[in-house]
Design a protein around this ligand. Structure first.
Ligand code: AMP
Length: 403
C-alpha cells in the first residue's frame, strides 16, 4: 500500500447480486456506488453512479453469467471514470462476509487459510457464504497484490455471553454441528449503537441501547456499554423478528409437522420459512409502504400482518429491556426503521411505564441524520439512526490494513 492509498472498495456479494461502493477514507466521501442484480439471468442489470465525477447513474441491461463477469463489469465501469481497480490509490477491498462462525470475531485479512475456513462455514450459511467466497476469489484474481479484508456479519455478536449464545439442546449434538446463536447484521448493530451513543453525547461504554434493524431482513440487539449481549437472529438469519419474507421465531415442531403431516421436504420447508413467510406470507406484500397503503384502504390481511410484525417487535423490546436492566436508548434503523413512522409509533405505543414514548411530530420528520423522536420527558431516548454498513466495512478494512 502506498502513502497515497486512501480508497477502499467495499463489495457485498449476495446470491444473485453484487453491491459496491468506492469510498475515500480521508473523509468518507463516496466516489462511486452501484449494484449488479439478477446475476445468472438474461435480464441482469448493472446500475453505476460515478459520484466523484458528478455523473448520472448509468444503467446497462443484459445477461451477466456469474459473479466473475459481474465484478469484471463493475471494474470496467470504475475504470471508465478513472477509478479502476489498478489505481495506486486503492488501499484495500473490504468484503462483507455473512457467517464468520466462532473463529472470526474481528475483521480479517484474507489468505488461503481464511478462505478455507469461510468455506467450512457454508453449511451454516448456505445462502450467503458461497456468494461471498466467489466475490473474494474474483477480486483476488483481479488484484492479487492488494489486501482483501473480510468483515463478518456475525463478529459484533461474538461478545454474547454463553448463556445467550447457546440453545438449550443437547450439548454434544450442538457442539458436534456448531449449532449455536451467532447473530447477523453485526456491522449495522455496531455502527448504529455507536452512533446512538454519539447522538446522546456519550461514549459507547456509558450507554445501553436496543438496536432495531428493520429492513427486509430484521434483527434486534441488546448492546450494553458498546458490547452485544443478545441478538434476535441465531444459527441463521431466520430466527427472531418477523421479516419481509422470513418467519422469525416459530416453534421448531412446526418443521416436523410440515414434514410428517404436510409431506413437505426439508428444502421445501426451508423455502417456506425463508422466502414465503413473514410479511409476504401473511399478506402477499413485503414492502412496508405497500402494506401501509393497503391498511389505509381497510385491508384486513395487511392489518393483521402489520399487527403480528409489531407484536413481535414489542416482545423483543420488552425482553431486551429485561436483559439490559437499564435502557438508555432504543434506536430504529434500516429501510423500515428509518422510513416507516407508523412502525416506530406502534412499536413503542403503550410502553410509557417502561419510560419509552414517541413524539408524533418528531416522528413525522424525514431526514437522513440521526435524530431523537422521543418527547423530552421520556426516560429512554427513542432515536432514528440511519445505518451505513458500507462505511463501517470500509472503516474496519482501512483500520486493519493501516494497523
Ligand atoms: P433494507 O433491507 O434495509 O433495504 O429495507 C428494505 C425495506 O424497507 C423495504 O422492503 C420496505 O419494506 C422498507 N421501506 C423502504 N422505504 C420505505 C418507506 N419510505 N416507508 C416504509 N417502508 C420503507
Amino acid at each position: 500500500m502506498t502513502a497515497t492509498a486512501t480508497r477502499v472498495l467495499v463489495l457485498n456479494s449476495g446470491s444473485s447480486s453484487v453491491k459496491y461502493q468506492l469510498i475515500d477514507m480521508n473523509d468518507g466521501t463516496r466516489l462511486a456506488v452501484g449494484l449488479v442484480e439478477r446475476i445468472g439471468e438474461q435480464t441482469s442489470r448493472l446500475a453505476h453512479t460515478p459520484l466523484a465525477a458528478g455523473g448520472d447513474k448509468r444503467e446497462t441491461e443484459g445477461a451477466i453469467a456469474d459473479h466473475d463477469a459481474a465484478l469484471k463489469a463493475v471494474a470496467a465501469e470504475l475504470a471508465a471514470d478513472g477509478l479502476g481497480l489498478d489505481s495506486p490509490q486503492l488501499a484495500a477491498i473490504g468484503h462483507r462476509v455473512v457467517h464468520g462462525g466462532l473463529k472470526f470475531t474481528e475483521p480479517t485479512v484474507i489468505d488461503d487459510a481464511v478462505l478455507t475456513e469461510i468455506e467450512r462455514l457454508v453449511p451454516v450459511a448456505p445462502l450467503h457464504n458461497p456468494a461471498n467466497i466467489t466475490g473474494i476469489r474474483t477480486a483476488q484474481a483481479m488484484r492479487p497484490d492488494l489486501p482483501q479484508v473480510a468483515v463478518f456479519d456475525t463478529a459484533f455478536h461474538a461478545t454474547m455471553p454463553e448463556y445467550a449464545a447457546r440453545y438449550a439442546i443437547d450439548v454434544e449434538t450442538a457442539d458436534a454441528h456448531r449449532i449455536r446463536r451467532y447473530g447477523f447484521h453485526g456491522t449495522s448493530h455496531a455502527y448504529v449503537s455507536r452512533k446512538t451513543a454519539a447522538l446522546l453525547g456519550k461514549d459507547p461504554s456509558e450507554v445501553n441501547v436496543i438496536v432495531l434493524h428493520l429492513g427486509n431482513g430484521a434483527s434486534a440487539s441488546a448492546v450494553a456499554g458498546g458490547r452485544c449481549v443478545d441478538t434476535s437472529m441465531g444459527l441463521t438469519p431466520l430466527e427472531g423478528l418477523v421479516m419481509g419474507t422470513r418467519s422469525g421465531d416459530v416453534d421448531p415442531a412446526v418443521t416436523f409437522h410440515l414434514k410428517r403431516v404436510a409431506g413437505m421436504s426439508t428444502d421445501e420447508i426451508d423455502v417456506l420459512l425463508n422466502k414465503k413467510s413473514g410479511l409476504i406470507g401473511l399478506c402477499g406484500d413485503n414492502d412496508m409502504r405497500e402494506i401501509r397503503r393497503r391498511i389505509d384502504e381497510g385491508d384486513e390481511r395487511a392489518r393483521l400482518a402489520f399487527d403480528i410484525y409489531i407484536h413481535r417487535l414489542k416482545k423483543y423490546i420488552g425482553a431486551y429491556s429485561a436483559v439490559l436492566g437499564r435502557v438508555d436508548a432504543v434506536a430504529f434503523t434500516a429501510g423500515v426503521g428509518e422510513n416507516a413512522a407508523p412502525v416506530r409509533e406502534a412499536a413503542v405505543a403503550g410502553l410509557e411505564e417502561m419510560g419509552m414514548a414517541v413524539d408524533a411530530s418528531l416522528n413525522a420528520v424525514r431526514s437522513d441524520e440521526p435524530r431523537l423522536i422521543s418527547p423530552e420527558y421520556a426516560r429512554v431516548a427513542v432515536a432514528v439512526v440511519p445505518t451505513d454498513e458500507e462505511l463501517e466495512i470500509a472503516q474496519q478494512t482501512y483500520a486493519l490494513v493501516n494497523a
